[in-house]
Design a protein around this ligand. Structure first.
Ligand SMILES: *[C@@H]1O[C@H](CO)[C@@H](O)[C@H](O)[C@H]1NC(C)=O
Ligand SMILES: *[C@@H]1O[C@H](CO)[C@@H](O)[C@H](O)[C@H]1NC(C)=O
Ligand SMILES: [Zn+2]
Length: 466
């Protein structure tokens, strides 16, 4: 099958590749030396020889670019109406950049159980090391997310080279998700011990990428028979047409060898396509054994695959939120006031736009040369914020009191799973005060809505978003 148009739609441009020919083949993966679970060869089949009919159909939703006032509600509008078979709210992965992001909103996204991954500081294709490393450092410092949870990467414009993988490998990233998959190369996630096996048309497969143990999570393109759309498929057809492509492509996976299915979006491009995607996801969630997962959850399964019937027992699929009881700056609406981190955030004003943080405003906007500038008020001084120590989880750390509120004897959690069989098909409006949260998780989301709406007015304009 040959595709004349590969739409790698980034926010500013659609890269058209016309009449590309043939492909440099991927290096053969040596199945005798590539031993599970440390090494997994590229394959269209599930790991460990499992029968495709018994494995979960994974569904990943990912967002790219700045996490800021206007983009967060778009993401939530696509997630709030969907739950997994175990009653837990849908989670997603966001490939976040520093530029125009609000670090408090990045933290809130993670605190709600979603994944944050690296998309460089300034949205640079084929990024130099400091773009990748600096973004991770800034998000760790100003959003409180531990490095261990910040270890996925997607290249801006899906533009990467062998050097990109060398940097990721050196920095011990867990996975990359920048390469696109069509049909023959519609692989399950695999490790890069024997190189990349996707995007071979651009020569990358012949470039001898070697990153033992690091995963590639291919981006599965939506195909309409002629063209392949890797991101923002809704930009390429009428809602009816796109809805049909989504179902057809989902079924190709679901009725075939169940490679994870993905929807990869830029929130700024969603506009009124939220309806189309929500209807599709409601339909998909109605099929047996479909699980919405973050890339991290997907890789946890890859390392210890279980049949779909056992998914509900996997600890990484649970949805428990810390029950802290009083408002501390941790990305959660601990006091259930309807506003996350009410009264405890600091707002930092820079020419790139204002943003908030729990961990102390820096003197200058983070840059590649200095991703974690000194704080205006250093930790330890009156009014200073103390960073999360390695011994405490972000959600339990009070950066103002410099205290960990969870000792092994007294951590309490609230399970946000809803076990009724009814699923909302209409989404609550952000300002609908009649919407009664069904769980702590919904309450948390309501807080986000309010906070995001308040910030939207102050945030950088749409023109500044990438
Ligand atoms: C990839 O990024 C590099 C560096 O920013 C740029 O020079 C190059 O033109 C980009 N390639 C494509 C195909 O966009
Ligand atoms: C747990 O114990 C610590 C240390 O005694 C205490 O500071 C904290 O308030 C307790 N947390 C909760 C949620 O009760
Ligand atoms: Zn991007």
């Amino acid at each position: 099958m040959r595709f004349s148009t590969l739409s790698l739609a980034a926010a500013v441009s659609t890269l058209l590749i016309s009449g590309f020919v043939g492909s440099a083949e991927a290096a053969a993966c040596d199945t005798t030396k590539c031993v599970f679970p440390a090494c997994v060869c590229p394959s269209v089949n599930p790991p460990k020889g499992m029968d495709p009919k018994t494995v979960p159909q994974f569904f990943t939703l990912t967002f790219d670019d700045a996490i800021q006032g206007p983009t967060v509600p778009v993401a939530k509008s696509l997630m709030d109406g969907h739950r997994n078979p175990n009653g837990c709210p849908m989670k997603a992965t966001w490939f976040a950049q520093t530029l125009y992001s609000d670090f408090a909103l990045i933290q809130q996204w993670a605190a709600a159980g979603n994944e944050v991954a690296d998309h460089t500081m300034n949205h640079i294709g084929t990024p130099p090391a400091e773009e990748i490393i600096g973004n991770r450092k800034a998000i760790n410092a100003f959003s409180g997310i531990p490095f261990a949870n910040l270890n996925g990467f997607r290249a801006p414009f899906l533009n990467y080279s062998k050097a990109t993988f060398d940097i990721l490998s050196q920095e011990k990233f867990l996975y990359d998700s920048s390469a696109s998959a069509l049909t023959e190369d519609a692989f399950w996630p695999y490790t890069l011990d024997y190189g990349l096996a996707n995007d071979c048309w651009n020569g990358i497969c012949a470039a001898n990428v070697v990153a033992p143990g690091m995963w590639e999570i291919p981006m599965h393109a939506i195909m309409d028979g002629t063209n392949a759309y890797v991101m923002d498929a809704q930009l390429n057809g009428t809602p009816d047409k796109v809805a049909q492509w989504l179902k057809d492509n989902f079924n190709r996976h679901y009725q075939g060898t169940r490679q994870p299915f993905g929807i990869y979006l830029h929130p700024v491009h969603v506009k009124d396509a939220d309806k189309l995607y929500n209807e599709f996801m409601t339909w998909a969630a109605g099929q047996p054994d479909v699980w919405f997962v973050t890339n991290h959850q997907l890789l946890q399964w890859m390392q210890n695959p279980v049949p779909a019937s056992q998914m509900k027992d996997q600890p990484y699929m649970k949805c428990e939120l810390p029950a802290v009881g009083k408002e501390i700056c941790n990305g959660l609406d601990d006091s259930k006031s309807g506003t996350i981190d009410k009264g405890v955030l600091e707002t930092c004003n820079f020419v790139e736009g204002p943003w908030s943080t729990c961990y102390g405003c820096p003197k200058t906007q983070p840059t590649t040369a200095n991703p974690v500038p000194d704080r205006v008020v250093p930790a330890g001084q009156v009014g200073g914020r103390t960073p999360v120590p390695a011994t405490c989880a972000m959600e339990w750390w009070d950066p103002i009191a410099a205290q960990c509120l969870c000792t092994s004897s007294n951590c309490t959690f609230t399970d946000t799973a809803v076990t009724t069989t009814t699923t909302a098909t209409t989404l609550p409006s952000p300002t609908n005060s009649n919407h009664k949260p069904a769980s702590a998780a919904s309450g948390q989301m309501t807080g986000s809505w309010a906070f995001a709406a308040a910030l939207a007015a102050a945030a950088a304009g749409v023109a500044q978003m990438l």
